[in-house]
Write a protein that binds this ligand. Sequence first.
Ligand code: MN
Length: 731
Amino acid sequence: MMRQYELVDRVKRYNPNADEELLDRAYVYAMKAHGTQKRASGDLFFAHPLEVAAILTDMRLDDATIVAAVLHDTVEDTSATIEEITNLFGAEIARLVDGLTKLKKLDFVSKKATQGENFRKLLLAVAADVRVLLVKLADRLHNMRTLDHMRSDKRVRIAEETVEIYAPLAGRMGMQEIREELEELAFRHIKPEAHALISAKLAAFVDRSNALIAEIEEELGARFAERGILASVKGRAKRPYSVWRKMERKSVSFEQLSDIFGFRVIVPSLEDCYRVLGVIHTTWAMVPGRYKDYISTPKQNDYRSIHTTVVGPGHQRVELQIRTETMDRVAEYGVAAHAIYKDGRTISAKEMTDSSAYQWLRRTVESLAESANPEEFLEHTKLELFHDQVFCFSPKGLLIALPRGATPIDFAYAVHTDVGNSAVGCKINGRNAPLLTELQNGDEVEIVRSNGQVPPAAWESLVVTGKARAAIRRATRAAVRRQYAGLGRQILDRAFERSGRPFSDDKLKAALGRLARSSVEDVLASVGRGEMFSGDVVRAVYPDLETAEKRPTPEGAKGPGWFDLKRGENLKFKLPNAEESNAIPIAGLGSDLAVRFAPEGGAVPGDRIVGIMSPGEGVTIYPIQSPALAAFDNEPERWLDVRWDLEDKRKRRFPARISLQSINEPGTLAQITTVIAEHDGNIDAVKMDRPNSDFTDMTVDLTVWDLKHLNAIISELRQKPVVSAVERIVA
Ligand code: MN
């Protein structure tokens, strides 16, 4: 295990001004926190954070990152808290450790297709500071290096996750070295046979080719020296994973591969890159289609290099990458290669923001978000998406993406409709919280449930996900239906009592066919809603019963003036007369319910409304200011909370009533009706009363689209000089 002084030495090698005392303190703190904890290998756990820190010293990262690496598992795995770390190490380090703690929860996320996508988004959403990702990658790298000690099923899962998530992430951040090592380690566990086979062939090939590689290195070096170019030439064989990928992609055997090794030419300056290219292309024949200039057009992740392939010495195809030392560092370490130091000191936040490295980081994160290539991250998503979403966990580690502004109620419904319907409270990150709390990224949400609970209809307007809204509406509708069924049962109890015959569910069940209903509850609800008469049910159960009087039922089984509209059905009925009201579906009651409006001066959309239930009749809708409601003040059980179904796309008119006082003048009525007609209002009836010779009182029944429409007509009427007063009348 790395000693305290070794860690400090490693940092001081590239950063002489490193805060030795801080590093020492972190070392001691983490060592005490992890205590005697062991890893699967049997080693002390503390060796792991130290190795992670060591990987990051290779990338020459700043003190805060190194300290965060040393501390990265303390909050999740030991009794250490973020508060304590904030006090001891400051806010910056605490923020990094907090990000790592949140990311750690991902390790327990179950492997599902949708989870992978969420996972990637979370990585980016949580890791606002790229250093969190760097530590996370180093953490994964060390875990992969020590994967052999894990159970085999776990090994494969972790290896797959590494190939799908972490290796591409390292690649996108420009860290080729880490990417290749991660892929290599994962390949060994996912395809052990393929890995063994290719490794063996590769080793044999390298053995055979050693002389050739040395020859080519020498030949190239000599040509460059002739032109006075100081270049270092290094040949290397591809790694098993990239060989295997190539074999898969091109469906070829190992023997058919022509470019198993490549050469890297490192030169002092940018100009030298092109001079080297000139030497190569004038000496050997270039292979068409293989030349790429990533110096003049760098890759998204700032990778810069010239690629070309030539038919080189001994008619061997030789693949070459030409670049400067700086470019080479970026190619290997990507984001980590960018100057985080200036003259031996860590740069300030301001310098960081202004630096090209930081700009590059921003671009990288954006490209992570915008890339359309399925091989790359976050297909079909835009950066804005992260700002629109929050990612939360269930206590079991299920990761759930929700729109920003989502509440624990949305979370509950996202887990399962039953969880939503039975939610009565919640804990966020272990603490009791209101169900209406706005969720934050990384929150762990535990829903407290209680059976026999009906989601309050008011939730519908408070949730942000369509799934939750639809489920709440369904549950409310089911609850209303149960209410109606209860009502229907009371009505039937009385009706059977009057008839002198016994009533039971079994007897009703036997009569379902005659009633053309599929269930007892259906019959009960129909009676409660007033769609079916109790007398008809009694006669269906006891067909021998004398029918004293049959009530007229002009609309099938429904009472006069009742219409039962199904969603999508046309409004083709004709009103029997002006006093009859319409039936419309209203959200919360559902589309299969008959609802009527107060007969005169009813509610129009936009009004605050309330429903009054009447046994055997259903629900009548009143505007909240209606004087008629006073009659029901002592019967709170009949009041029903209803609201407009704003999602209903079928536009229709609603009856309203206004009263006007106008000056007696020729043409007054015409002026008033013109205003209404010009504003798209339909006049149903006009009643005139002349209290004296100067004024006329009018009551106008009209139909309008909604409250706004009605108010527009009223205010237009008020503008007319002939009109002295206008008022809306509600029954
Ligand atoms: Mn770790």
